[in-house]
Design a protein around this ligand. Structure first.
Ligand code: SF4
Ligand code: SF4
Length: 79
């Protein structure tokens, strides 16, 4: 897997938590938003907030699985 920058567009987030389930399954072997490295706050409010924890390795898998365009992947050139 590569390393990516991930741009966040919180206004597009619908709160489905697929990003969190993807991350927690990949790195913890279970579907649990609580242990996901992507954190969602106030996702059902007017101003959802999305952050990455310090453990995030920028693999981009959460963004690959977001169907709503809330997480945009930018590939980092590692030259
Ligand atoms: S997968 Fe996308 S739309 Fe769903 S909660 Fe995560 S950021 Fe929001
Ligand atoms: S980029 Fe990878 S490690 Fe970081 S939150 Fe997304 S799936 Fe988890």
């Amino acid at each position: 897997m590569g390393v990516y920058e991930i741009l966040i567009h919180p206004e597009k987030c619908v709160g489905c938590r697929i990003c969190q389930l993807t991350c927690s399954f990949l790195y913890n072997g279970k579907y649990s938003p609580a242990v996901s490295r992507i954190k969602l706050h106030d996702i059902y409010g007017l101003t959802p907030k999305i952050e990455f924890s310090e453990e995030c390795v920028k693999c981009g898998q959460c963004a690959h699985h977001c169907l709503y365009g809330a997480l945009e992947i930018i590939e980092v050139n590692e030259n």
